[in-house]
Design a protein around this ligand. Sequence first.
Ligand SMILES: Nc1ncnc2c1ncn2[C@@H]1O[C@H](COP(=O)(O)OP(=O)(O)OP(=O)(O)O)[C@@H](O)[C@H]1O
Ligand SMILES: [Mg+2]
Length: 250
Amino acid sequence: MSDYYILEAKRLCKAFGGLQATSEVSYSMRQGELSAIIGPNGAGKSTFFNLISGFHRPDKGRVIFKGADITTWQPYRIARHGMSRAFQVSNIYPMLTTYQNVRQAILVQQRRTLELFKRAEGLARKETKELLEVTGLDEHSGEMAGTMSQGDKKRLELALALAIKPDLLLLDEPTAGMSVEETHETMELVAQLNSQMGVTILFTEHDLSVVFGYARRLTVLHQGTLIADGTPQDVRADEEVQLVYLGEEV
Ligand SMILES: Nc1ncnc2c1ncn2[C@@H]1O[C@H](COP(=O)(O)OP(=O)(O)OP(=O)(O)O)[C@@H](O)[C@H]1O
Ligand SMILES: [Mg+2]
């Protein structure tokens, strides 16, 4: 892992009406991390993701990503700068095949990076096949995306998020609604993207066995406040965390 901070969130605050969803949350990530943000329902995990990816603007605080202050940037610009998110809003076109979905995402990306003069179609064919292989979707490439299983749709969403070649990938509950087997397969894929493609990954997850099985660093939010941050062992031993998760095996 490098010493370079790919992401620095500084004292982020966000209120909805009278509710403080995020209070003074400071959080930094080094390039190459595979980390999780956990916390009970309503702790502010999704809000934090929305703040760093430009879907919400913080009331206070800054977000620095790859050296740029992106606090006021629109989501599309943040994505183009290399931050991608999956599993929140589905970007899948159900009436296109898996292959067509992935190729479309790659072509959009190439147009965005102004590679207009390259043979976009030809290039996209190779890259599409690679992405389908990486995400284990090659045998589904001709299937209509809308008719695939929940697990395969999630893989496709992951492939679409990867089409922009992100440096940082945000996954909000990537295994929600999955069977135990699908969950395991998806998290293995996530770990592989991190270790083999070098993508820095931040995910949220309710299933603590998944969290402890895959994240190398854990951060705990509770009522909008960051209450613990460290190795899974440290966080597991933390008294405040144990109180928040009272009754659950931490
Ligand atoms: N757009 C919004 N408008 C009003 N309130 C919101 C909005 N988004 C989130 N909230 C509130 O902010 C708090 C934090 O919500 P958030 O979705 O960030 O929690 P979470 O940790 O992602 O929860 P979960 O585990 O259930 O996904 C909640 O009380 C929620 O109702
Ligand atoms: Mg959430």
